[in-house]
Structure formats: structure tokens, C-alpha cells
Write a protein that binds this ligand. Structure first.
Ligand SMILES: Nc1ncnc2c1ncn2[C@@H]1O[C@H](COP(=O)(O)OP(=O)(O)OP(=O)(O)O)[C@@H](O)[C@H]1O
Ligand SMILES: [Mg+2]
Length: 237
């Protein structure tokens, strides 16, 4: 479904991605694990058109995404739940959700999807008129997920959705990830919580210093080793 081939993305002279190739299969949950600064967010931003790669290709359902604008990429069916949630704090919950549907043109369908989001995330319904900045961290994360879903993506990219959240909320987030996947959305998930990620992933990658250093299924690598490399990198010590 998504094929990233030999992508190099740089900030000035610094190459944050040094030839990264990863794939996300249709109907599956793919996880990307790696230490701070490994290039995970850079990869998410490159796939969604927020950064332009210096080299490489990104094919989604066989069509090249490199060169398209972020909104053209959303229109193709790829949405991002960004790192640190990034909801619009001064807009209401409802307005944030409507913003997620900004490329869609059929008000009746948008209204129906809004209702479905409120069904799936009852806490957002209770807070529909409240400004998003006043939500708790967990509620903001739910809102960020729901907002991305309002574009009706076939592939949902999620950048560390559990970061900084209490264990119970983390479990809820992962339950939602599994549910969305069961309902047919393919997922490409960046996580620091390797333990939880390995429980839901069909396939995972380790990325260290801008390079993919492992690709396989959970169980192919001992969890201890994944955790060691996901948090610290393998080139330590
Ligand atoms: N806007 C920027 N300008 C310059 N360098 C940047 C910029 N954003 C990221 N970098 C650098 O690129 C590298 C990869 O950063 P990135 O944010 O992709 O890492 P990450 O794997 O998402 O880390 P984290 O787990 O901390 O979120 C880091 O060395 C970082 O310092
Ligand atoms: Mg990051």
C-alpha cells in the first residue's frame, strides 16, 4: 500500500534520513520504533509532504507522492496524527473535527462522520463545544485521532500517540488503534512504547540514526533487544 524507497531527507547539511526504505501493507498495523532523534518524525513528515526528500520515492497505492502538496496527499487517502497532538487550541472540539474534513465537499457525509466520531469517542461528544486547549492530554489525543479520521484516510500515520499519557489512557489509545485497523484502516504507527507497539503490530521496523536497522515481525527479535535498541540505539556502550 505504501512503499518508501531509499528516501534521504535533510535539514540543511544534516541528513536525518539516510536512505530509508519501509513499507506498510494494506489492512495491517506497521510500527516504527527507534530512539530519540532517529528520524521517525522526519519520515512521517516526508511521507505526508510536509518535508521534501532530497532523494527517493514514496508510492501510495502505486502512485508517487513525492512532489505533491500535503493537502493533495490527504486527498489521496493518507492522514497524519502529528507528534504532540497539535489540536487547534482556541477552536472547539467540533470545529477541530470539521477542520479535519476541510477537503471534503459533501456536508451530509461530513455530518454523518461527525456523529460517528462522537459515537466512537463519547468524551468528545460531551465536550463538543469546549475549546480544544482545555481538554486533558488524553482527550486531546483522541481529538487528534478523530480529526485525522475526518479526512477518511485509508492509511493513518500516527506519530507517538501515547507520549506522555497515563497507562490507562495509553491502553485506550492502543485499543482504538486495533479497532480502527479491524474496521479496515491501515496504520503506520511511530511509538516509544515498544511493549505496547509489539502487541498490536503485524510488522515492525527499527530505525537508528536515520537508517533502518531491523525489519520483521514481533517475535523475530526478543522484546528486551527491541526495547534496548528502540530507546538507546544499538551503537551504545
Ligand atoms: N527542523 C529541524 N531542523 C534541524 N534539524 C532537525 C529538525 N527537526 C529534526 N531535526 C534533526 O533531525 C534528526 C531526526 O529528528 P526527528 O524529529 O525525526 O527524530 P525522532 O525519531 O522523531 O525523535 P523523537 O523520538 O525525539 O521524536 C534529529 O537529529 C533532529 O535533531
Ligand atoms: Mg519524533
Amino acid at each position: 500500500m505504501l512503499r518508501v524507497g531509499d528516501v534521504v531527507t535533510a535539514y540543511g547539511q544534516l541528513e536525518a534520513l539516510k536512505g530509508v526504505s519501509v513499507a506498510a501493507e494494506s489492512g495491517k498495523i506497521t510500527c516504527l520504533l527507534g530512539p530519540n532523534g532517529a528520524g521517525k518524525t522526519t519520515l512521517m513528515m516526508t511521507v505526508t509532504g510536509l518535508l521534501k526528500p532530497k532523494r527517493g520515492s514514496i508510492a501510495f497505492e502505486g502512485q508517487e507522492l513525492v512532489g505533491l502538496s500535503p493537502s493533495e496527499i490527504v486527498a489521496r487517502g493518507v492522514a497524519l496524527v502529528p507528534e504532540n497532538r497539535l489540536v487547534f487550541p482556541d477552536m472547539s472540539v467540533r470545529e477541530n473535527l470539521e477542520a479535519g474534513a476541510y477537503l471534503r465537499r459533501k456536508p451530509a457525509e461530513i455530518a454523518a462522520d461527525l456523529d460517528r466520531m462522537f459515537e466512537r469517542f463519547p468524551r468528545l461528544k460531551e465536550r463538543a463545544g469546549q475549546s480544544a486547549g482545555t481538554l486533558s492530554g488524553g482527550e486531546q489525543q483522541m481529538l487528534a485521532v478523530a480529526r485525522a479520521l475526518m479526512s477518511r484516510p485509508r492509511l493513518l500515520l500516527m506519530d507517538e500517540p501515547s507520549l506522555g499519557l497515563a497507562p490507562l489512557i495509553v491502553e485506550e489509545i492502543f485499543r482504538i488503534v486495533a479497532e480502527l485497523n479491524r474496521d479496515g484502516t491501515s496504520i503506520f504507527l511511530v511509538e516509544q512504547n515498544a511493549h505496547m507497539a509489539l502487541k498490536v503490530a503485524h510488522h515492525f521496523y527499527l530505525i537508528e540514526q536515520g537508517r533502518v536497522t531491523f525489519s520483521g515481525s514481533p517475535g523475530q527479535l526478543a522484546e528486551d533487544e527491541v526495547i534496548q535498541r528502540a530507546y538507546l540505539g544499538s551503537k551504545r556502550g
